[in-house]
Write a protein that binds this ligand. Structure first.
Ligand SMILES: C[S@@+](CC[C@H](N)C(=O)[O-])C[C@H]1O[C@@H](n2cnc3c(N)ncnc32)[C@H](O)[C@@H]1O
Length: 309
């Protein structure tokens, strides 16, 4: 639910499945392939996506009782810190962090994204935004950051890109003793039914471009654990109800709304794959949410964090 690939409009005339990304013919891991692979093309309304990501931010913040789980709260309150949000989208996390730690005047919160949907003018003085392609290398010095946060980027990059380019570069810019934290949807929902399975499986098939893995969340922990530069690897999965079936948990309604916006934005991609009309897709979505409410489906979000040695 948190993820989208890049936000380019497709050329509808030139494709059978208008919203289907161009696939790589080969997966050789040379540099050209690595950077080309991320240029997926989906029709996504930027405005709708920006609002959805803002809502997503507060959903995750409430679910995890704060903006992060890494043990850096005291550091952020006391020492001058430099914090990076990789693929920051509209910058909601950076803005929230900048406001929260505004009293610590020497800290800086930086967001980087290829798409400039983040604010340029109206923002706390301790925040900065940079438009750049992460795959071109992070435009930062070695050992510059105390904390690097990465949320909902699972579908933006292939496993090769993560392992050969992005992770080594993140570890380069984190200070010794600094922290890296991932937050992603997944791995598996609880109490789901056939409509859920149909939509999520189709979504995952559509997203599996090259070696992009919709279940990449299952690999993050393994990568961090096997990296000799990291220690204190921790993982926490929290579940949110989908729908209004849990009267004590308002997050369920927000989760349903966010999921619905996400799936509506993916409508032509998923309906093409299923060979159904948009009207039939809308009916499928209605049944999907009815089913989630009846079966009491819970959707997982996973936070994985580790410390650089
Ligand atoms: C699903 S959004 C997540 C945004 C943000 N992390 C959040 O949680 O709200 C994925 C973001 O990754 C950005 N992105 C994708 N490929 C990128 C690249 N190669 N370089 C920089 N940003 C990229 C997209 O522009 C998009 O804003």
């Amino acid at each position: 639910m948190g993820n989208y690939p890049s936000k380019k409009k497709p050329n509808n005339k030139s494709r059978k499945n208008s919203n289907k990304p161009e696939r790589q013919n080969s997966l050789e891991s040379n540099e050209e392939t690595i950077s080309r692979i991320s240029t997926t093309t989906y029709f996504i309304s930027e405005e709708v996506e920006t609002e959805r990501l803002q809502q997503y931010h507060y959903l995750i913040k409430h679910l995890f009782d704060g903006n992060f789980l890494s043990p850096i709260h005291e550091l952020l309150n006391s020492a001058p810190c430099k914090v990076l949000d990789l693929g920051c989208g509209p910058g909601t996390w950076v803005l929230d962090m900048g406001s929260t730690y505004y009293n610590n005047k020497k800290s800086v919160f930086v967001g980087i994204d290829i798409s400039p949907t983040f604010p340029n003018q109206i923002k706390p003085a301790n925040t900065q935004f940079i438009q750049a392609n992460i795959l071109d290398g992070l435009p930062f010095e070695n050992n510059e950051f105390d904390f690097v946060y990465i949320r909902a980027l699972g579908l933006s990059f292939s496993e090769t890109q993560w392992l050969e380019l992005i992770l080594p570069d993140i570890l380069r810019v984190i200070k010794p003793g600094g922290w890296i934290e991932f937050n992603e949807p997944g791995p598996d929902a609880k109490n789901y039914g056939p409509y859920y399975k149909k939509i999520v499986d189709t979504h995952n098939k559509e997203m599996s471009i090259g070696d992009i893995d919709p279940k990449i969340i299952l690999k993050y922990k393994e990568w961090l654990l096997s990296n000799s530069k990291l220690t204190n690897v921790q993982e926490e999965v929290r579940y949110v109800p989908i729908g209004s079936w849990d009267k004590n948990n308002k997050l369920g309604e927000i989760c349903q709304e966010n999921f619905n916006t996400y799936l509506k934005n993916m409508e032509s991609c998923i309906s093409n794959h299923l060979n159904i009309s948009i009207e039939e897709y809308d009916q499928l979505l209605t049944k999907f949410f009815q089913e989630c409410n009846e079966l009491k489906t819970q959707f997982p979000f996973c936070c994985i964090y580790a410390q650089k040695l």
